[in-house]
Design a binder for this molecule. Structure first.
Ligand code: HEC
Length: 204
């Protein structure tokens, strides 16, 4: 991942130098993206998690399959510092094709998968992805037996009724047969550098 960061950092610091000394440094931008990304992903996770639990207890697992779409929740309309942030999930084994990773997300996912195998670092990361955007990423682990209802062993943990409903909605599903502790994906939050910069300039 380091290979990717260095040339891009040069681009960004290169730009900032032309704009004068009050322009936030790359470290300040990264720190803000790290804090904001952390808060947003916690909020998103909580909202999604509680909606999912409610939906399962109200209607059962099979009906809840239809409620698991992040896009269904206007969770993040409350973004203040970075209203244009793009919040998504990405995975190496997707259920919904829209969660297919970009090249940068794939590299991050592969790094987390490797870390998980080696008992390594699962901390969030912030990467500059181009002159305009930084990306915050944090792993999503399959960390609750609840998840196995829809991502576990097909035919046993995932009942045939639930399986049918998943297959109808997601004919190319690749997110079954996971076990507890697996890497399920990442939260991926892309910030506009200009929005972070404006915020930092205003509080300075
Ligand atoms: C009721 C069934 C159900 C349960 C329980 C469930 N999921 Fe999912 N999960 C889905 C469906 C359906 C999708 C596809 C959502 C969409 O269309 O955006 C999905 C998508 C995801 C994604 C996005 C990547 C992808 O494959 O498209 C992640 C990450 C994820 N689930 C993690 C979890 C975790 C972690 C848990 C346990 C806390 C969990 N899920 C529990 C049904 C479920």
């Amino acid at each position: 991942m380091r290979r990717l960061i260095i040339p891009l950092i040069l681009i960004v610091t290169g730009c900032t130098n032309h704009k004068g000394t009050s322009t936030p440094s790359i470290n300040e931008l990264t720190e803000l993206a790290m804090n904001e990304g952390g808060e947003i992903s916690i909020l998103a996770q909580k909202t999604l998690g509680s909606q999912l639990k409610k939906s399962i207890s109200d209607n059962g697992v099979t009906s809840a399959v239809q409620f698991c779409n992040l896009a269904a929740y206007p969770i993040l309309d409350t973004l203040k510092i970075a209203p244009n942030a793009i919040i998504k999930r990405a995975s190496l084994r997707v259920r919904n094709q829209k969660d297919e990773p970009s090249d940068v997300e794939r590299a991050i996912l592969e790094q987390y998968a490797l870390s998980l195998e080696n008992d390594g670092d699962l901390n969030p990361v912030v990467e500059v992805i181009n002159e305009k955007q930084v990306l915050y990423a944090k792993p999503i682990l399959l960390d609750s037996p609840l998840c196995l209802n829809c991502h576990g062993q097909a035919g046993s943990q995932v009942t045939s009724e639930t399986l049918k409903s998943i297959q109808e909605l997601y004919p190319n599903d690749n997110a079954l047969n996971h076990k507890m502790g697996d890497l399920r994906g990442i939260w991926s939050i892309t910030f506009d550098i200009s929005e972070l910069t404006n915020y930092l300039k205003n509080i300075k």
